[in-house]
Design a binder for this molecule. Structure first.
Ligand SMILES: Cc1ncc(COP(=O)(O)O)c(C=O)c1O
Length: 370
């Protein structure tokens, strides 16, 4: 048997009829940018997340950058302010801080949840730090309520990189997108809610911030050819919004399927050489990816390849060790991030996996020996 890591064609085939119908309407409509479909999607996604506002953007990186730039416009952040960010996040989180003219300060995560560590945050905090970005990495929300409370007590903005966590729910029943002061989503095609191209969004219940980001994403305008701010061009295309409206209807069903598969892996993979992700079985995880840890990764990956099981590594080189950022974080060491980056392997988990494939993966992982 062969199990690919992810077959996006198969993922979207399930929505073929409704996507084709949306495309047909779009084509006859002739309105391609900032039209009614975008507004419809923004309302639907804000409502889904439990936030007052959603602003569609060109991608997830821009959504993050626009939140930070928005706070600068509102006077809540200033150029050169420092922003705390998990060292093991995807590089986009860190780039967004730099693009907004701010300074990223990295912090090691909690080793068992892969999410930001409140202990580390408290140790790293200085008066120069004005905001904390959490990444709901791999689809999991962990320890957010206490951190939020602490951030607000200390006058720090809390921003969520929710690019991997559409639909994840916190301990006190709030969805990703309505927990932090503002959240950024990516609709990159492989995401739990994926477009058929690039896409992203900001959600927030802060009306001033939302209005500002709405301008910033469109050259700083609220009225055509009247530019109030130095903005960028980062709009969620009308066709992607139309597709996302259809796919959003199935997000909860897909997330439930993901959790069912994760449950099987967590209960049935019993190999002592494979460390499974920590998860309490709740809705706080939407398993964008199912990440196991092994000591001898290349040996394990060769084994997966020999058994035709696809895999990916999220992420093999931590941001502070990437050539692009190495000067920025010279001589800084993040032991947990570095250890994790050498051990993690994402095995196939997505809503199109069938029982025989899941059985096969479990069987082969249980047969693995070092
Ligand atoms: C955690 C995280 N942050 C940010 C991004 C950036 O999103 P995009 O690729 O849509 O710009 C991604 C997407 O891969 C991500 O996984």
């Amino acid at each position: 048997m062969k199990v690919v890591f992810l077959n996006i064609q198969k993922l979207n085939k399930r929505f073929e009829t409704s996507l084709k119908s949306q495309f047909k309407t779009f084509l006859t409509n002739g309105h391609y940018i900032l039209g009614n479909k975008l507004i419809e999607f923004e309302n639907a996604f804000a409502n889904y997340c439990g936030a007052k506002h959603c602003i569609g953007t060109g991608n997830g990186l821009d959504a993050l950058t626009l939140i930070l730039k928005g706070y600068i416009e509102l006077g809540k952040l200033s150029a050169g302010d420092e922003v705390l960010v998990p060292a093991n996040t995807f590089i986009a989180t860190i780039i967004s801080i730099q693009q907004a003219g701010l300074v990223p300060v990295l912090v090691d995560p909690n080793e068992s949840s892969f999410c930001i560590s409140e202990v580390e945050v408290k140790q790293k905090i200085t008066p120069k730090i004005k905001a904390v970005i959490v990444t709901y990495l791999y689809g999991q929300i962990s320890g957010i309520n206490q951190l939020k409370h602490w951030c607000h007590q200390n006058n720090l903005l809390l921003i969520a990189d929710a690019a991997q966590a559409h639909g994840a729910i916190s301990e006190n029943n709030k969805k990703a997108g309505s927990i932090a002061d503002a959240a950024a989503f990516s609709f990159y095609p492989s995401k739990n809610l994926g477009a058929l191209g690039d896409g992203g969004a900001v959600t927030t219940s802060n009306t001033l911030l939302a209005t500002c980001i709405q301008k910033l994403r469109n050259y700083g305008t609220s009225k055509k050819y009247v530019n109030e701010l130095i903005g960028i061009n980062s709009r969620l295309d009308e066709i992607q919004a139309a597709f996302l409206i259809e796919k959003l209807k199935f997000l909860d069903i897909d997330n439930t399927k993901r959790r069912e598969i994760a449950n099987r892996y967590s209960n049935e993979i019993t190999n002592k050489h494979i460390q499974l992700p920590q998860w309490n079985g709740g809705n706080n995880h939407v398993f964008y990816v199912y990440v196991v840890r092994v000591k001898n990764r290349s040996h394990f990956c060769d084994y997966l390849t020999a058994n035709s099981i696809g895999y990916l590594i999220h992420y093999p080189i931590p941001p502070h060790k990437q050539k692009a950022l190495v000067d920025e974080f010279k001589n800084q060491i993040f032991p947990i991030t570095e250890k994790i980056s050498q051990e993690v392997v994402s095995i196939p988990l997505n809503p199109t996996l069938v029982k025989s494939e899941i059985n096969y993966i479990i069987k082969k992982l249980n047969e693995y020996t070092c």
